[in-house]
Design a protein around this ligand. Structure first.
Ligand code: GLU
Ligand code: ZN
Length: 317
């Protein structure tokens, strides 16, 4: 149990973040990610940054970003530094894609979902439901050139990252322990920029985490499956790999992850009492027990107790 009265010196430059997509207000699941990442940062005397991941404009809801900011404030989850919006950082993602082009590891892809599905079917590959299709490499050139005219990177085609053969990635999750993924077998060459011009989550998150000097990524376990891709991208872009900690998911009564798609409703934060109620539920989900449960407990007081009680080990058990 950490002793905050006698704090250890600040962990060397801990920088964490919360990176919600503004596809709706915070719901029970996203509050768990916000609270878990905030507690881990605060317990380590670290900074906690807020980044709005609003690149996938078709899925973003106008005003949801401001609502998320309001909800975080209502819950006392304060951030350090100005929040950032990915939509304002397109130039950086473009530069990263240009670097990968010079390394000759990206290529254009004109496949539709249907044509990928057909190719896989013809090869007798069955994709389990709820799983992404493994790209069969249809458009990958034998030898990938550097595309000299970099404006083609912005043409109306998708750009994929060419994986080297036999790429198995291993990493240690701070809560879940050893993880590994065979990227060729489980994912295939993945998209960095979509046909509709949107830079993908994988590229943008890696560029931002590196440029913002993030040392600890604490987020929901629904993103665990993306981590190997992100570590590989960090490797090819010459970035260091941060620590990862994936939090248990909040499931609905059908055992499905809460999300906009399953119509998860927003948390209630109109007044302090409601906000505290939501925080208590989120903390229960993170395995935190024996926190102040009085009616008159203030959010600040409760958050301090939660910071002291936070323990990475509990959440994995
Ligand atoms: N924007 C992503 C989401 O809301 C989270 C990104 C991350 O934490 O890596 O699902
Ligand atoms: Zn293709």
């Amino acid at each position: 149990m950490p002793n905050l009265k006698n704090p250890s010196p600040p962990a060397d430059g801990y920088r964490g973040r919360f990176a919600p997509s503004p596809t709706g207000p915070l719901h029970a699941g996203s509050l768990v990610a916000a609270l878990g990442s905030w507690l881990d940062a605060r317990q380590n005397q670290g900074e906690w940054l807020l980044r709005i991941e609003d690149l996938d404009t078709p899925r973003c809801i106008p005003g949801a970003d401001q609502e998320i900011l309001r909800q975080l404030i209502a819950c006392g989850l304060s951030w350090d530094e100005e929040p950032t919006w990915q939509s304002k950082r397109q130039e950086r993602y473009k530069r990263a894609l240009e670097r990968l082009n010079r390394l000759q590891i990206v290529y254009p892809c004109t496949c539709s979902r249907q044509s990928i599905a057909n190719t896989l079917e013809a090869r007798g590959v069955i994709t389990p439901r709820n799983q992404e299709m493994v790209y069969p490499g249809t458009c990958r050139p034998q030898e990938i050139p550097t595309y000299n005219d970099e404006s083609v990177l912005l043409d109306g085609v998708a750009w994929r990252l060419a994986l080297p053969p036999g790429l198995s990635l291993h990493f240690e999750d701070l809560a879940l322990g050893k993880q590994s993924q065979d990227l060729n077998r489980e994912v295939g060459d993945f998209v960095l920029r979509r046909r509709d011009g949107v830079f993908t989550y994988q590229l943008a998150v890696v560029v931002d985490d590196a440029e913002q000097g993030i040392t600890h990524i604490v987020r929901g376990a629904d993103l665990l499956n993306n981590t190997a891709r992100q570590i590989h991208l960090q490797d090819v872009l010459g970035y260091s790999t941060p620590n990862y900690l994936h939090l248990p998911l909040v499931l609905d009564e059908h055992g499905e992850k809460l999300s906009k798609q399953t119509l998860a409703s927003g948390i209630q934060t109109e007044n302090a009492q409601q906000a505290l109620q939501e925080l208590r539920k989120a903390a229960g989900h993170l395995g935190l027990r024996d926190l102040p449960d009085g009616k008159d407990t203030s959010i600040a007081e409760w958050l301090l107790a939660a910071t002291q009680a936070w323990n990475r080990k509990i959440i994995s058990s």
